[in-house]
Design a protein around this ligand. Structure first.
Ligand SMILES: [Zn+2]
Length: 77
């Protein structure tokens, strides 16, 4: 018996249909990468608005992790 796999938007919970324009997102502490829908991706989103909401959340989280100032290198001349 064939197995039916459903994909659910990680943003709003919408179920993927056959004609939807979905995206996959791969994000970690250093990067946020968007690509066309990939059934093997860990995060999928139903459209631009949900991707942008996820990007906004990631940017807010990235700002918190880089709150301390970078140390400047001293170069002897
Ligand atoms: Zn969505």
């Amino acid at each position: 018996m064939p197995r039916i796999v459903q994909y659910e938007c990680d943003g709003c919970g919408k179920i993927k249909g056959s004609d939807n324009h979905w995206f996959s997102v791969s994000a970690d502490g250093n990067s946020f990468q968007v690509s066309r829908f990939d059934r093997n991706a860990t995060s999928v989103f139903c459209g631009e608005q949900c991707v942008l909401t996820a990007l906004s959340d990631w940017l807010a989280s990235a700002k918190m992790h880089t709150a301390r100032p970078e140390t400047l290198a001293v170069v002897n001349q």
